[in-house]
Design a protein around this ligand. Structure first.
Ligand code: FES
Ligand code: FES
Length: 155
């Protein structure tokens, strides 16, 4: 069957079953590889995307459940030429080591900063607590999110 999705501002039609995980459709059918497959069990956060602004784990989100909700992937935030302020802050703080977790960190931080533009360090830690980084770059990730938050309201 064909299922329609709204992704990064465009309408897309994909040949897939309703129970197909969104992560597989994004990566395999739509060529959006920013979201990563980590655990496949909603445990690590590497696959995080936004659904109507809410961070969700795309590895366990069936595309048949999405309906008309707007999907935003990290490709929809910014580009190499024009990175989103969160992406720029992660670059400035050199927050990635292997980089595998960074999609989930940025997308989860995006949800946080949209709701709370000036979070405390504790609030950032709490928001990212369920996103795993096996490289242990949590300190830099925290600094990157706080750096992005500092810029909020200045543009
Ligand atoms: S791959 Fe989805 S939470 Fe780990
Ligand atoms: S930078 Fe490697 S898992 Fe986080």
């Amino acid at each position: 069957m064909t299922i329609g999705l709204k992704v990064n501002g465009s309408r897309r039609a994909v040949p897939a079953e309703a129970d197909a995980p969104l992560l597989y459709v994004l990566r395999n059918d739509l060529g959006l590889n920013g979201a990563k497959f980590g655990c496949g069990l909603a445990q690590c956060g590497a696959c995080t995307v936004l659904l109507d602004g809410r961070a969700v784990r795309s590895c366990v989100t069936e595309i048949g459940s999405i309906g008309d909700s707007e999907i935003t992937t990290i490709e929809g935030l910014g580009s190499l030429d024009k990175p989103h302020p969160l992406q720029q802050a992660f670059i400035d703080e050199q927050a990635a080591q292997c980089g595998y977790c960074i999609n989930g960190m940025i997308m989860t931080a995006k949800e946080l900063l949209d709701k709370n533009p000036h979070p405390s360090a504790t609030e950032v830690r709490e928001a990212l607590a369920q996103n795993l980084c096996r490289c242990g770059t949590h300190g830099r990730i925290l600094r990157a999110v706080l750096r992005a938050a500092q810029g909020n309201g200045k543009t």
